[in-house]
Design a protein around this ligand. Structure first.
Ligand SMILES: Nc1nc2c(c(=O)[nH]1)N[C@H]1C(S)=C(S)[C@@H](COP(=O)(O)O)O[C@H]1N2
Ligand SMILES: [Mo]
Length: 395
């Protein structure tokens, strides 16, 4: 009767339909269900098998596509555009791209070529959309139904924003925000404030922010914000403004809709407003990447990724019994710094049966991933370990 939309039920149904189809029980050719939405043209260089195409502007990395070697390749990295990407002409002559700097002693525009002479750094960081995990909320959430794959861990190279600001004489006093503007051309006839991707972050982000022109050792692809992007390691995706054309130290947060009412933590049913918490620093989180459905009895390698968000991750535990008991899982591979994620692998001996696998990370300040999410209207910031768990069959 009351046929409310439940994303979790839908996933289960999709999963069982796929299973039935693959075993031929539905009488469907498996290919009929396996047929994927093709990649949109502007990202046709990505790996289709690694991505779920939610729409032309929203592509999610499959949970089982994440491996153990830390870095998410450009070909597998998710995409989230609030507006269509600008034309590829903007990456024809990358060094000619200009950025206007304001709210500093000597405001001026600098080309990317000039920025490259002010300093160079490389930072590993998790890029994660605020709505990653939205599909797991119980209430009906508007927006892309991301599961775990609106996130990746990547290497950014560029100039520390601090070095640029110093070269321009320093930030003016009484400017507690860094406000950055995306370079998309806005459709005529609509209120630009309702569309522009312009985000303000607190000046404390100057410690780690950079203007990046390289992603995983390649010129920053247009789809990921090339030729130049603001990167705020430890902050949610939306603050990492692509094709950045202006950076200003401001007395107030921008009144652009994406800042003033968008990306706010608010009670279900309530509108967005500037006094609600903004999606800035990310919280501690982890999830299992394999096995996701079944595995053979005997030794099983339970793998996943864990990160602290704005603080480094300290450790991660795994539960085989739905969170009743936990054991520490070792990290694998090098530590790429506080903003990167760390793959973990726990090898266990498992008898045939059903297991409810969960993972729970802790950051260096002792913040532990909670069992449940903080319920909020738009489905932001879900780091609850229960919903991120997986039910598996050992056969
Ligand atoms: N200029 C601009 N910057 C943007 C966006 C955008 O639409 N335009 N989307 C934001 C959001 S909501 C996210 S999650 C990330 C996604 O980055 P990606 O597409 O490179 O994965 O970019 C952020 N920066
Ligand atoms: Mo996002």
């Amino acid at each position: 009767m009351n046929d409310t939309f439940d994303p979790r039920r839908r996933q289960v149904l999709l999963g069982s339909a796929a299973t039935l189809a693959s075993t031929g029980l539905l009488g469907l050719a498996p290919l009929a269900l396996a047929a994927e939405t093709p990649l949109p043209d502007y990202v046709n260089w990505k790996t289709p098998e690694a991505l779920v195409v939610h729409s032309a502007q929203t592509l999610e990395t499959r949970r089982d596509a994440i491996g153990t070697s830390i870095v998410t390749s450009n070909e597998q990295l998710f995409i989230r555009n609030n507006l269509p990407a600008p034309p590829s002409a903007i990456v024809a002559d990358r060094d000619a791209w200009t950025v206007a700097f304001d709210g500093v002693k000597n405001p001026r525009s600098l080309t990317l070529g000039e920025l490259k002479t002010l300093g160079v750094t490389t930072v590993a960081s998790v890029l994660q959309c605020s709505g990653n995990g939205r599909a797991f909320f119980d209430h009906e959430t508007s927006g892309t139904q991301w599961q775990t794959g609106a996130a990746g861990c990547v290497l950014w190279s560029g100039v520390p924003l601090k070095a640029v600001v110093e070269a321009l004489g320093g930030a003016l006093d009484g400017r507690p925000y860094i406000t950055s503007t995306g370079g998309e051309e806005l459709p005529a006839g609509l209120d630009p404030k309702s569309l522009v991707v312009e985000r303000s972050v607190p000046v404390r982000a100057l410690e780690q922010a950079l203007l990046a022109w390289e992603l995983n050792g390649e010129p920053l692809p247009l789809a990921h914000g090339g030729p130049l992007r603001l990167v705020v390691p430890g902050y949610y995706g939306v603050n990492n403004v692509k094709y950045v054309k202006q950076v200003a130290f401001t007395a107030e947060q921008t009144d652009a809709k994406i800042q003033a009412s968008g990306y706010r933590i608010r009670p279900v049913g309530q509108g967005g407003a500037p006094d609600q918490p903004s999606m800035w620093e990310m919280n501690v989180k982890s999830w299992i990447t394999q096995p996701l459905a079944k595995a053979k009895a005997g030794r099983v390698a339970i793998q996943g990724v864990a990160f602290g968000g704005a603080k480094a991750v300290q450790g991660v535990e795994v539960s085989l019994d739905g969170g009743k008991s936990w054991q520490a899982a070792p990290f694998v591979g090098p530590n790429l710094g506080p903003y990167a994620w760390r793959p973990f692998v726990l090898i266990v001996e498992l008898k045939p049966g059903n297991y409810s696998l969960m993972s729970r990370a802790t950051d260096v300040e002792g913040n532990v991933q909670p069992e449940d999410e903080l319920v909020n209207e738009r489905g932001y910031g879900h780091n609850g370990w229960r919903d991120h768990g997986v039910e598996i069959a050992i056969v």
